[in-house]
Design a binder for this molecule. Structure first.
Ligand code: DC
Length: 220
């Protein structure tokens, strides 16, 4: 069974996907981590832009694998484990630039499709129900008001950066939304037949409860 969860940055997709997958005994496959791992690999190859003359050659020779250690997703590029590098600042900054490139997207798409064809999975991202796995059994689109998303992000980020303001974070999210919604390949859209849930006034547990009810009905 394939359950996709798409939505804008900060809507809680990946936290919800993690909790839901645990309840169902499914794998939680986080698609953003694959784009991040490829970026970390390119940085190691001293490639910082898709304009680099070696970019296409490196991507075409890339072997991308996902394995699970109990319920923890590990991402390998050419058999090297990149899992601990995914949240590095440089990786976060460069991933949006590489992730829009068609050859990077097709590498990630192939890996996602292959995994989903063999496993029960909750998979979260921005283009899963719309482009990667349009035939997923159940598709959710998790939305959330931008002010609430900014508050949540500020709470996370202020642990390491005390000088950030709510306005700084909100502006960054607005730019990110604009970018995600208007990119030429696989823009963030509400997938056809997706069930829209708004997490603005709901806790993670409440969102998961709603999803579980919907999944139960679907299975009947
Ligand atoms: O969700 P995240 O921050 O880990 O995503 C990392 C980057 O990958 C971000 O720039 C958006 C991109 N991404 C994407 O283009 N498509 C997806 N399905 C998931 C992530």
């Amino acid at each position: 069974m394939i359950i996709s969860i798409d939505g804008p940055a900060g809507s809680g997709k990946s936290t919800v996907a993690e909790a839901l997958s645990k309840k169902l005994g499914f794998y939680h496959f986080n698609s953003g981590s694959l784009y991040r791992a490829i970026t970390a690999y390119l940085i190691d190859c001293h490639i910082f832009s898709s304009e680099d003359k070696n970019f296409a050659e490196k991507i075409n020779a890339c072997k991308l694998n996902v394995r699970f250690d109990h319920s923890c997703q590990l991402v390998f590029v050419n058999n090297v484990d990149y899992t601990n590098r995914l949240r590095e600042i440089q990786v976060s900054e460069l991933t949006p630039k590489f992730s829009v490139h068609p050859i990077v997207r097709s590498l990630v798409d192939e890996c996602q499709k292959d995994f989903a064809s063999k496993n029960n999975v909750v998979i979260d991202g921005r283009d899963i129900g719309s482009f990667v796995l349009p035939n997923a059994d159940l598709k959710f689109y998790l939305d959330c008001d931008i002010n609430e998303r900014a508050k949540r992000r500020l709470k996370e980020l202020s642990l390491s950066n005390k000088s950030l303001t709510l306005n700084d974070v909100k502006k960054k999210i607005e730019i990110r939304d604009e970018f995600d919604r208007n990119k030429k390949i696989a823009p963030l859209i509400i997938p056809k037949n997706a069930i829209i849930l708004d997490s603005t006034h709901l806790s993670v547990d409440e969102v998961v409860e709603k999803m579980l009810k919907i999944i139960k009905k679907y299975k009947k």
